[in-house]
Design a protein around this ligand. Structure first.
Ligand code: AKG
Ligand code: FE2
Length: 265
């Protein structure tokens, strides 16, 4: 059973962990490769795996694009997690590169199918959700992605211990600059068993219903999201975040690009 402690993910607005802003004024964004090839939006869809909590988009990136990125990202100066987390932070053992790069965040949002799928924009003009349903699902009016981009590499034996992701207030630079709040975590997997990465699944621990908290019934089964090359996983964070972890990688390397959905604030 998962411990019920509320360790939280390091906040990306925390000056000591947000290298994009601390050493960031001098840090140049990487020369990210182009997003190609991509599968047309009309051939992709959004899957609500756990309604209101976990959504996936298989093949948001193609296997070819993921491969291009893994070799590109391998050339970046990744930093291994400090062994001992600060009080209240989750134990995270991986290598990371972090940068504030609004242009990349914007490309990841508008230059892939992400924006159209999240905003439910279909070519034929049909909408599955009403405005109100969309706002309810995403926690407001989604306007883009968190410019704070994090790249994770987990090698054999590395993992991200159980934690909750907190929200952050951010500004999406303009013009006009728009104050925003993050509401959902975005994880884009670049590797999977197909590329030799075994383990590393993202696992969510549903809370028992309040009425059953004290009962002897076993807690709900963990919800496992298997790695899939090019799959985007979105999960609700902040006050309603589910306890979750990145399981230990047993073989190969797990590569992930992390950002967050942002709503107008
Ligand atoms: O790598 C994973 O599967 C989980 C990452 C995560 O939980 C996070 O970035 O907060
Ligand atoms: Fe997390």
């Amino acid at each position: 059973m998962p411990p019920k402690r509320k360790s939280k993910n390091e906040s990306s607005s925390n000056p000591s962990t947000s290298s994009g802003t601390t050493h960031g004024s001098t840090k140049q964004p990487p020369n990210w490769p182009a997003f190609q090839p991509l599968i047309p939006t009309s051939d992709l869809s959004l899957h609500e795996l756990l309604p209101g909590q976990i959504v996936t988009i298989p093949n948001l990136w193609t296997a070819t694009l993921c491969k291009t990125y893994v070799s590109f990202l391998s050339s970046l100066p990744l930093t291994t997690t400090p062994g001992k987390p600060r009080k209240g932070d989750a134990v995270r053992v991986n290598d990371r590169f972090q940068i504030d790069d609004p242009a990349f965040a914007e490309r990841l949002w508008s230059g892939t199918a992400l924006k159209d799928l999240v905003l439910d924009i279909a070519e034929d003009g049909t909408l599955e959700k009403s405005d109100a349903q969309r706002k309810e699902l995403w926690g407001g009016e989604v306007i883009g992605l968190n410019p704070n981009i994090r790249i994770y590499r987990y090698s054999k034996g590395q993992f991200f211990d159980q934690h909750y992701d907190d929200f952050n207030n951010v500004v999406i630079p303009g013009p006009p600059a728009t104050p925003a709040r993050t509401t959902w975590t975005l994880l884009l997997y670049l590797t999977s068993p197909a590329t030799g990465c075994i383990g590393g699944e993202t696992v969510f621990y549903p809370e028992p219903e309040p009425s059953k908290k004290k009962s002897r019934e076993p807690p709900p089964e963990p919800f496992v999201v298997d790695l899939e090359v090019g799959l985007a996983l979105l999960h609700r964070h902040g006050a309603d975040c589910m306890l979750h972890e990145g399981r230990e990688v047993l073989e190969g390397e797990k590569w992930v690009i992390r950002s967050d959905l942002c709503v107008r604030r």
